[in-house]
Design a protein around this ligand. Structure first.
Ligand code: COA
Length: 348
């Protein structure tokens, strides 16, 4: 297991070029991503301001004119026009604050809620049409990145949108606990314990070298990027009492030029030989299949790493091929191998 790589690496698209790509795609997204598609088109479509107004009242509950103006960053007269139109259409109503305040509150009517639900169902169908050939994890990844982008912009404007779920679906998902183990995301707080694990020459026998503290800090950062970008990475494995066991998880690795989902594992030397790696890797396999919807899972091992190979076999994998180009020749030279063994299994 080497440093995780992006799922769809695009070497030409970095820095400014990547920002330009985002600008173009964002422009096209706003223009016509779902509107006009067969699944979306219908006579009773709501206009954009009514959709946002109803969605906000549904998410937050009744609001005053001043609260709505602040939430949307609109001047009161513009907002009055929009609310007036929604009231005339019977979508929104005004009522006196039952708590006795002076202000009038606004809420969606039954017709407004029904219209919003119809609108969202049509958009859902249109998104499903666009993404019909995508694997489920890619749809979840798009949702996470869009949410991250929106939340970043809301934070800069100091106009947060109230969201029910603290994180996008799947973003915080870790594999379900096993009889003896549980999983959690790693953070900078784990630097000491991970530096102990990954700096240990015994644990790193089949790697080019034990990791320095700075390299372990990069390792944590790259796994945190992987959680945010893909919804998975290497997780901390610990007992139910919270004792550190090691790390195990799912990352994208390159095998002969192609990104493949890999399960990786490292167990603290004093705890090896107790079946922990097999138990943790089995939970990651189930997570890849049942939660991420991954069609296959790999393990890439050094030819002499019998323990690692046994773990892969014990969770159902078999040797598929040798990989000679997934890592640089200098990496292979450093680990003293001509190729890495690729084990794998179908999940779907
Ligand atoms: C690979 C590793 C994670 C296995 O952890 P573990 O918790 O000891 O593994 P388990 O107890 O679940 O054992 C799994 C199998 O490996 C076998 N095994 C464990 N250590 C072994 C060793 N040193 N030599 C040969 N087989 C070994 C076990 O006997 C068991 O097989 P069995 O049931 O057929 O007897 C651990 O050795 C480790 O952290 N190694 C260093 C890091 C590493 O190389 N990770 C893999 C990178 S691809």
């Amino acid at each position: 297991m080497t440093q995780p790589i992006p799922r769809h690496p695009d070497p030409g698209s970095t820095g400014t070029e990547a920002l330009d790509d985002v600008v173009r795609e964002h422009m096209l997204l706003l223009r016509r991503a779902v509107h006009g598609l067969g699944a979306y088109r219908r006579p009773e479509a709501l206009d954009r301001s009514a959709v946002l107004l109803l969605a906000r009242l549904e998410a937050q509950g009744p609001m005053t004119m001043a609260e709505l103006a602040a939430a949307f960053g609109l001047d009161v007269s513009t907002l009055q026009r929009q609310i007036g139109a929604a009231q005339r259409a019977g979508l929104v109503e005004r009522f006196r604050d039952p708590a006795g305040g002076q202000a009038r509150l606004h809420r969606a009517t039954d017709a407004g809620r029904a219209a919003l639900e119809g609108e969202l169902a049509a958009r859902r169908a249109a998104v499903a049409e666009v993404t019909r050939s995508w694997p489920a994890p890619d749809v979840a990844a798009l949702a996470r990145l869009l949410r991250r982008f929106n939340e970043g912009s809301e934070e800069l404007r100091e106009q947060p949108w109230p969201r029910e779920r603290p994180e996008a679906p799947g973003a915080a998902a870790v594999p379900a606990g096993t009889a003896r183990l549980r999983f959690r995301e790693m953070t900078e707080v784990d630097l000491d314990v991970l530096a102990g694990l990954l700096g240990d020459p015994e644990v790193m026998e089949f790697y080019p070298a034990p990791k320095t503290r700075a390299e372990v800090a990069d390792w944590i950062a790259s796994n945190r990027r992987s959680y945010a970008e893909h919804g998975h990475g290497l997780w901390i494995v610990e007992t139910h009492a919270g004792a550190f066991v090691g790390e195990c998880g799912l990352t994208w690795q390159r095998v002969d030029g192609e990104p493949r989902l890999e399960v990786g594992y490292h167990v603290a030397p004093v705890l090896q030989g107790r079946g922990y790696a097999t138990e943790a890797a089995g939970a990651c396999r189930d997570h890849a299949r049942d939660v991420l919807g991954a069609p296959e899972l790999m393990a890439i091992v050094h030819p002499e790493n019998t323990a690692s190979r046994r773990v892969a076999e014990k969770i159902g994998m078999e040797v598929l091929e040798e990989d000679r180009t997934g890592v640089d020749a200098s990496y292979l030279e450093a680990i003293g191998a001509e190729a890495r063994i690729v084990l794998g299994m179908r999940l779907a």
